[in-house]
Write a protein that binds this ligand. Structure first.
Ligand code: PLP
Length: 411
């Protein structure tokens, strides 16, 4: 709402053109940033500038524009590597997003390494995109999938974690932050435990990158995936970090231009080195440029400041929502990032979502692509409010007033 310390949320909001919008006659209250964050002008402008002045295809041309486009593209690879503290820029592969990155790892590392006698471990917290690619591969390769269960509060059940690791899995695939419950997993500790039993670790970081400083060297995970559109950047672009030694051993994934060393009908076709081996075809070039601008934007505000701002909003919102009769917060783990899921006794979540939309308030309702959580909790879905750098206390107040109105009208 107003300035707190050096964090001027009003100044931040002015950078996001969409936040000036009215929806259904009310000022937009955008509480759906976990689904997709809005973009600051600097990201929108960077993409426009690229398209207007620098666009050409990359890597293949000798002309000036091709060189400029290639430099713009490759500089973002370096920027991402620095941003997440990768050991080298060649460990960053551009993907179309988190889903694409996980499918890449399943389709290459997974297909090459997982067989009938093997087990992999996921958690019940996972988004469908960190479940289904493994299930599809498991029907072909016939390995087993084991699931780490949750405590009541939505944190990982430690005894279940230990039990599953005792099965000596070959892979542990785990989210850094749950998109539905907000639970923050201690992925550094889980990675160390998984490595101690010989497992390779992939971390789904899509809900962590907008809220936390990521250090893949410190976490020591083998793979880390994220999406541009969750971190104030464009959709259709993301990245996969992979340890170079693993990327070198992995077979290619999609075939096409750029991923080859040489193509022949007479000799075996040979492949490029990582990361290019995994980047067949022309990528989303302006998306990469926009992602670079999003990282610059995050760094200009400061992830620590954003996290502190969001933490205070989550605490305030949780307290205010709990004053509502029949309110149940779903997901109350001690380590929680900026998502609040809730149910109100006697009212279907989608009815609350529809009523809030009528007031200009955008929340998400449903299973949030995490049906296994809903099955376990025996609920159809939740209402989810998610917060970002531009969210305000006044927006929390609008949400609470809206839910109170839903209680009066719908119960
Ligand atoms: N993993 C998590 C935890 C998510 O929240 C999401 C999107 O909501 C995804 C994966 C999939 O991301 P994308 O649709 O950008 O590939």
């Amino acid at each position: 709402m107003t300035q707190s310390g050096s964090y001027d949320v009003n100044a931040i909001r002015r950078e996001f053109p969409i936040l000036k919008k009215s929806i259904n006659g009310y000022p937009l209250v955008y509480l759906d940033s976990a689904a997709s964050a809005q973009k600051p002008l600097s990201v929108i402008e960077a993409q426009r500038e690229y398209e207007a002045h620098f666009h050409s295809n990359i890597h293949r041309g000798v002309h000036t524009l091709a060189t400029q486009a290639t430099e713009a593209f490759e500089s973002v690879r370096t920027k991402i590597a620095d941003h997440i503290n990768a050991a080298q820029r060649e460990e960053i592969i551009f993907t179309s997003g988190t889903t694409d990155g996980i499918n890449l790892v399943a389709g290459t590392w997974g297909r090459a390494n997982l067989n009938e006698e093997d087990t992999i471990v996921l958690s019940r917290l996972e988004h469908h995109s960190n479940i289904v690619p493994w299930q599809i591969l498991a029907t072909e390769k016939r390995f087993k999938i084991e699931v780490i269960e949750l405590n009541e509060d939505g944190s990982l059940d430690e005894s279940s974690l230990n039990e599953k690791l005792a099965l000596n899995p070959k892979m542990v695939a785990i989210s850094h932050v749950s998109n539905t419950l907000g639970t923050v997993n201690d992925v550094k500790r889980i990675t160390a435990l998984a490595h101690s039993v010989g497992a390779t670790v992939i971390v789904d970081g899509s809900q962590a990158v907008p809220h936390k400083t990521i250090d893949v060297t410190d976490i020591d995970c083998d793979f880390y995936v994220a999406s541009g559109h969750k971190m104030y950047g464009p959709s259709g672009i993301g990245f996969l970090y992979g340890k170079h030694s693993l990327l070198e051993q992995m077979p290619p994934w999609r075939g096409g231009g750029e991923m080859i060393a040489s193509v022949s009908f007479e000799e075996p076709t040979t492949f490029n080195i990582p990361p290019y081996k995994f980047e067949a075809g022309t990528p989303h070039l302006s998306g990469v440029v926009g992602l670079g601008a999003a990282i610059d934007w995050l760094n200009s505000v400061g992830l620590e400041k954003i996290a502190a701002h969001e933490k205070s909003l989550i605490e305030y919102a949780s307290g205010e929502l709990m004053k509502i009769d029949g309110m149940k917060l779903i997901g109350t783990a001690p380590a929680k990032a900026s998502v609040i899921s809730f149910l109100v006794e006697g009212i279907h979540p989608s009815d609350i979502g529809t009523l809030l939309d009528g007031l200009g308030i955008a929340v998400r309702t449903g299973h949030h692509c995490t049906e296994p959580i809903m099955t376990k909790l025996g609920i159809p879905g939740t209402v989810r409010a998610s917060f970002a750098a531009y969210s305000t206390k006044a927006e929390v107040d609008a949400l609470v007033a809206g839910v109170n109105r839903a209680v009066k009208l719908l119960r």
